[in-house]
Design a protein around this ligand. Structure first.
Ligand SMILES: [Zn+2]
Length: 170
């Protein structure tokens, strides 16, 4: 069966695997047991690195999968706790009208924080870690992390939002 090749280290932004357009997870191409292993490894790596989110391409896997978790003081100081969650084949149904700024960092773009304007709310659908379909209106930090990780699935990094002449500096 198709065994996933999962990097133990978070890839840095020079790695072409971060630029791939990821494909949806399907049980007939990747067995559920392999997906589960991917989620476990991603959870471990995210915790080790002190991140609040991690997308599959960041560990070299081109699937539309990401995880998030925030507990107390981590890289982002005081933010509300978010339990561990996996998002498999996430889709954004609609965005809220209001936007807000938040300083984002990325485990793949070291030493870089960018104040990003994004919609504050969104409605999304996905499969959770038990492969149950979910639909929810996300807000706050959860909505923010969702959008950051979702970008990764399309090969987009936070530094892409900078003016071109700055991009080589980060
Ligand atoms: Zn990132």
């Amino acid at each position: 069966m198709n065994k996933l090749e999962i990097s133990r280290e978070v890839l840095d932004d020079t790695d072409p695997r971060l630029r791939q357009k990821c494909v949806e997870w399907r049980a007939d191409s990747v067995p559920a047991s392999e997906l589960k292993r991917l989620l476990m490894e991603m959870k471990e790596t995210m915790r080790q690195e002190g991140g609040v989110g991690l997308a599959a391409p960041q560990v070299g896997v081109g699937l539309r999968v990401f995880v998030m978790e925030a507990q107390g003081n981590m890289r982002y100081g005081e933010i509300s706790d978010i339990p561990f969650q996996a998002f498999i084949n996430p889709k954004i149904e609609k965005y809220g009208k209001k936007t807000g700024k938040f300083e984002e960092g990325c485990l793949s773009v070291r030493d870089c924080r960018i104040s990003m304007m994004r919609p504050k709310h969104l409605v999304a659908t996905w499969l959770d870690e038990n492969l149950r379909p979910r639909r929810k209106r996300l807000k706050g930090v959860e909505a923010r992390i969702f959008q950051h990780e979702y970008d990764h699935l399309d090969g987009i990094l936070i530094k892409d939002y900078l003016p071109e002449e700055w991009q080589n500096l980060v």
